[in-house]
Design a binder for this molecule. Structure first.
Ligand SMILES: *Cc1c(COP(=O)(O)O)cnc(C)c1O
Length: 462
């Protein structure tokens, strides 16, 4: 499989090359040149298989050529062995046709472990074979950073630097980033918001001297390998509810459009998904865009679902690429306009987006109310991001198609909001109950590209 850039000006790469490089050199995002399609029989055969086997069958066409078959099977096995649930991504029923897909049983209690644990193992095998060492730099609104640190800590071919917005992540999120003692882990608290952190990472990738000098690699959700890992649980969930013989819909609490874009890929692969519903908090650029108001940046307003406090959704570029008929030049022009504030989506592209996506926005009060009613009506304590999804799903679900809402984090990751809503304090799973006692290690740094690059150069292992 070859990988191409959404902006059409970067060289085609293999899966391994696209994974190791992250962002394309023309500023675009890598996508497979063709999306492989599974037959209805192949999809039906997934029902009831172990998660790891479903993962292998869904992802194999994308990675073959870069990894051997048994090597890839071992990578998948190692990636998910640390999860706290045998099903990896269990489904729970909320009411007659609304289900929760629990994606928080990994080591950092959020869905990002699904992709990051896999990427850690893929990087290790690929770099070992090449005899290379890389510097991983990522921006996080909270959960990506801890997931990356957990996935890469202690690997000797990798230094990992994580930029997070100072004071804008939850205490559990911060401690998960600042308490690992491994010397290849570097947590940077940036004086800015998540969009500043994300912009700094993008700028580092576009500073080719720096990029090549430190051998920069990216594991943000722009990395196609991450999107790919997330495609798997759409298949496991849908087939356990009767797909391909029955359609299902998904509602996805969304910030960077990564998780829901994985659902779009699953649909293009042949999984009968009826609707893909984008659920946003008050940072609603995606909801406004899908409502026909154009894609215009606003200010990021901190919320109780901080992992979705995003005003520029990196992966939306991938959806635009398909909506604009795979026209890289058109996407490049839109992204230029975005630098000046935003753009209107053409009528044809809007129609293409609306064929697949619906959207809804949830206020802070509605989020709290949903945590409370979900506990009362279904005996499930959910995190604020999941609550945003549940509210939008309830507004969109229909009687004839099961709705699956992605439960993106464990409630204990966001104890303040959960307790405020429900009067219940969500305990951490016992395997991480000493998190509040471990010493923290973090560098506070100005929102300044030069200062950040300098710090990285001085702290990578020789
Ligand atoms: C990252 C994250 C999201 C948003 O996911 P995207 O891929 O950015 O859309 C939602 N909920 C939680 C808990 C997250 O960590």
């Amino acid at each position: 499989m070859k990988y191409i850039s959404t902006r059409g000006q970067a060289p085609e790469l293999t899966f391994e090359e696209a994974m190791l490089t992250g962002l394309a050199r023309d500023g675009g995002l890598y996508l497979p040149a063709e999306i492989p399609v599974m037959s209805q029989d192949e999809i039906a055969a997934l029902a009831g298989l172990p998660y790891e086997e479903i993962a292998f069958r869904v992802m194999w066409p994308y990675v073959s050529g870069s990894f051997a078959e048994d090597e890839f099977q071992e990578i998948i096995a190692r990636a998910y062995e640390g999860f706290g649930h045998d099903a990896r991504a269990p489904l729970k029923q909320l009411n007659e046709n609304h289900f929760l897909l629990e994606l928080f049983h990994g080591p950092t209690l959020a869905f990002k472990d699904f992709a990051m644990q896999l990427i850690g193992q893929l990087f290790q095998v690929a770099l070992k074979r090449r005899g290379e060492r890389v510097t991983i730099v990522g921006a996080t609104s909270g959960d990506t950073g801890s997931a990356a640190i957990e996935a890469f800590r202690g690997l000797d071919a990798v230094d990992v630097f994580i930029l997070f917005p100072h004071g804008r992540v939850s205490e559990v999120q911060r401690r998960q980033m600042t308490t690992p003692a491994d010397s290849n882990v570097h947590a940077l608290a940036v004086d800015g918001d998540f969009d500043d952190c994300q912009a700094a990472v993008k700028d580092m990738f576009n500073d080719f001297d720096f990029r090549d000098g430190v051998k920069l690699a990216g594991v943000n959700s722009i990395n196609f390998a991450r999107v790919l890992a997330q495609v798997v649980y759409y298949f496991s969930a849908a087939t356990s509810l009767g797909a391909p013989h029955r359609k299902v819909s998904f509602t996805v609490p969304t910030g960077n459009f990564g998780d829901i874009f994985a659902g779009y890929i699953a649909k293009r692969m042949g999984l009968p998904i009826d609707r893909l519903v984008v659920a946003t908090n008050q940072n609603d650029i995606l909801h406004r865009c899908l409502s026909g108001e154009g894609y215009f940046k606003g200010d990021t307003i901190p919320s109780i679902s901080p992992s979705m406090d995003i005003q520029v959704s990196s992966n939306f570029e991938r959806a635009l690429y398909y909506a604009y008929g795979e026209d890289g030049a058109a996407v490049a022009q839109l992204m230029d306009e975005l630098k000046n504030g935003g753009f209107n989506v053409s009528q044809g592209a809007m129609e293409a987006l609306r064929e697949n996506f619906d959207s809804g926005r949830v206020s802070e009060d509605e989020t709290l109310a949903t945590i409370k009613t979900t506990l009362a009506n279904s005996a499930e304590l959910v995190c604020p991001h999941t609550a945003v999804g549940i509210k939008v799903a309830e507004d969109h679900r229909t009687a004839d198609v099961p709705m699956i809402t992605l439960a993106t984090a464990h409630p204990a990751k966001f104890p303040a909001a959960v307790e405020k809503a429900s009067d219940v304090h969500p305990p951490l799973p016992s395997r991480m109950s000493d998190l509040y006692e471990r010493p923290e290690r973090v560098t506070r740094i100005a929102n300044d590209l030069g200062a950040i690059e300098d710090h990285i150069k001085r702290h990578i292992a020789e």
